[in-house]
Design a protein around this ligand. Structure first.
Ligand SMILES: Cc1cc2nc3c(=O)[nH]c(=O)nc-3n(C[C@H](O)[C@H](O)[C@H](O)COP(=O)(O)OP(=O)(O)OC[C@H]3O[C@@H](n4cnc5c(N)ncnc54)[C@H](O)[C@@H]3O)c2cc1C
Length: 596
């Protein structure tokens, strides 16, 4: 291989700067819920995560890509390195990293565990999917399960003995959950029997751990039509006896494995329930409220999807950066002497453009995702709880969709920086792209996220969430204006802010006047525009904090400011263009189907 460089999963300076300088992680330790923690315990968790990610996750990233899960002798067979990595992950406490100490968890802020997740996902996106899903199941049950359900199903996940899944999608119902067909019938003892099929279920069948807790959306016989008739059920792979021991096998059958483009190490399944026997199920919470409970898990998972995407963006950026420093090719346009030594790739302006763009997308969305994770932690702060929840609601589709769209572009550029080598399987960047490609699709496609953002999130409570965001942005604009090098950038962000505000107002008026379909036809352009405003804001904050910090390395500060300037020069102006489209009479709906 030519100019192969080592895989890197982290730029430690960036991560520490994001957590401590930009987002003031230490301030969270003032809250009683996190008072046992300090910067030292946060750093210890980050260091341990990086060590395990490098030693146990990264080494089999390619192997699990080349050796997909297989169905052998009635069982799903995974490469053994996955179990070994998950054992180390669990023993180090990461399964229960943000769970309360009284339940055996580390009670770390979600912001810190999200930072750790970035490291694991950059090392191996498919292996970390198993505990991430399980943790989401445990958290949902801790919120909505009965004490008995928590003991029986959540606690073993926290202890690393059980895994879990979320079963929403069906072959005929992906984006539209209103049309699910899974049915549940109540039994005299209050339990349910489930029948139906679920498609695309990640981690749906394997031999890791003792049991799998499926959280399944289904409709109770006689339930109202649409999403109002959806309930949520626990469906264990093995029933659990009253004393907590593993009981009989439940009727959840693996009907097939899906063969994916990327993240091939995480098994993806087609499951059938109650096909050849009785499928035992327990209702979670109230009947017909299932979707709102599932959204609890999905919101957390959506931040997780954004973080998974960002991790691929960071890994691709760092690899292509190191490669561009090594490989020599060609000369500058004004260097005419063929005997002069070739320059490294990084000296070419076009390669720098691709490195800067990758950095702007990946590090920008990383800080935004960590900011969103901090909002979850602010739920433990009574004085901030309401506003933080509003901001989180608004930012979740942006963290999910903007990050996955733009870090995928970053991965494409990483391949381009390596040229032909990047296109081969001898280098990791093509896998980063393939592993990332799922992120705009699952957990609600990015098209659906955009409709949710413009149709609901920015309009809810009369625009309260957007107003809360604008207040935060305004505070950063004011602070940036106090620094001479950032004055002009702050003014430009203020112009973009005003454009977003007026386009949102007009979109709201048009939708109220009945033009819902025409306005939402351009929802993706709106998400791009608001996403760019958020990333511009985050870069302005990073530049200001970097310039104001006394102890940072001068090159690091200059790099942050230059990347901010790059984003403002090449990306921010697009907001004007997208806002015009959102404001326009729609052209996509005017195009008739028969004209295609
Ligand atoms: C690798 C992988 C892992 C997955 N893991 C899980 C899992 O663990 N659990 C689970 O429940 N599901 C899982 N899914 C399913 C995933 O969430 C769905 O694939 C996704 O929601 C889209 O549904 P669909 O595939 O049926 O596509 P469709 O819903 O058919 O959508 C196809 C296209 O049409 C667009 N579209 C659909 N409806 C609308 C609309 N109303 N307005 C505008 N555009 C629309 C979509 O944006 C998309 O571009 C996974 C999928 C994959 C591929």
């Amino acid at each position: 291989m030519s100019n192969a460089v080592s895989v890197r999963i982290n730029d430690a300076r960036h991560l520490r700067f994001a957590l401590y300088d930009v987002l003031d992680a230490e301030a969270l330790t003032v809250l009683p819920h996190f008072s046992a923690h300090s910067r030292d315990t946060f750093d210890a968790a980050l260091d341990l995560a990086e060590k395990i990610a490098l030693e146990k996750f990264a080494p089999h990233n390619r192997k699990s890509d080349l050796n997909e899960p297989a169905f052998v002798d009635g069982k799903v067979k995974l490469i053994p390195e996955i179990e070994d990595a998950l054992l180390a992950y669990n023993q180090a406490g990461f399964t229960a990293a943000s769970i309360d100490a009284e339940r055996g968890g580390m009670q770390l802020p979600f912001m810190v565990t999200t930072a750790c997740d970035t490291l694991f996902a950059a090392a191996n996106a498919s292996t970390v999917a198993y505990p991430s899903l399980a943790r989401g199941v445990a958290n949902l049950l801790l919120g909505y399960g009965t004490p008995a359900q928590i003991e029986r199903y959540a606690q073993p996940i926290i202890e690393g003995r059980y895994f879990g899944t979320m079963c929403l999608s069906e072959p005929q119902a992906g984006s539209s959950l209103a049309d699910i067909r899974c049915r549940a019938e109540v039994q005299p003892d209050g339990s349910y029997r489930l029948s139906g099929a679920k498609m695309w279920i990640s981690a749906g069948d394997h031999e890791l751990g003792e049991n799998i807790v499926h959280l399944v959306l289904a409709k109770i016989v006689g339930a109202p039509a649409g999403v109002r008739g959806i309930s949520l059920f626990i469906v264990p792979r093995y029933c659990v006896n009253a004393d907590g021991t593993r009981g009989a096998r439940n009727d959840v059958q693996l009907a097939g494995l899906n063969h994916k483009m990327g993240q091939r190490g995480s098994v993806n399944t087609f499951l059938k329930f109650g096909e050849s026997g009785e499928c035992y199920a327990e209702l979670v919470g109230e009947p017909h409220h299932g979707l709102s409970y599932m959204f609890h898990m999905m919101n957390e998972e959506r931040i997780g999807v954004g973080v998974g995407a960002i991790a691929q963006g960071i890994a691709g950026y760092l690899y292509s950066l190191d490669y561009a420093r090594e490989r020599r090719q060609g000369r500058h346009p004004d260097q005419k002497d063929p005997n002069s030594p070739p320059v490294t790739l990084i000296e070419h302006a076009d390669v720098r453009r691709m490195l800067l763009a990758q950095r702007a997308y990946a590090e920008g969305s990383h800080v935004l995702a960590l900011y969103a994770a901090r909002l979850v932690d602010e739920g433990f702060d009574e004085s901030r709880r309401d506003v933080s929840r509003l901001l989180l609601e608004l930012l979740t589709p942006i963290v999910k969709a903007w990050s996955s769209d733009y870090t995928l572009r970053a991965n494409e550029m990483a391949i381009q920086v390596l040229g032909g080598y990047g296109y081969t399987r001898d280098y990791p960047v093509e896998q980063y792209y393939r592993d990332n490609r799922i992120n705009p699709i699952h957990e609600g496609t990015n098209g659906i996220q955009a409709i949710d953002l413009l149709g609901r999130k920015v309009m809810m409570q009369n625009g309260a969430a957007l107003r809360a965001l604008i207040e935060v942005v305004n505070a950063d604009i004011d602070l940036a204006r106090t620094l001479e090098p950032l004055k002009e950038l702050a003014d430009r962000l203020a112009v973009a802010r005003d454009q977003i505000l007026s386009v949102t107002l007009r979109a709201g008026q048009r939708m109220a006047a009945g033009e819902v379909r025409a306005v939402l036809a351009n929802a993706t352009f709106y998400l791009n525009a608001l996403g760019h405003l958020c990333i511009g804001w985050i870069w302005l904050r990073q530049a200001r904090v970097a310039l104001s910090a006394a102890t940072l390395d001068a090159d690091f500060v200059a790099g942050k400011v230059a990347t901010c300037c790059f984003f403002f020069a090449t990306e921010l102006p697009q907001i004007t263009h997208w806002c015009k489209i959102v404001d326009s009479d729609d052209s996509t709906l005017a195009m008739r189907e028969e004209w295609f």
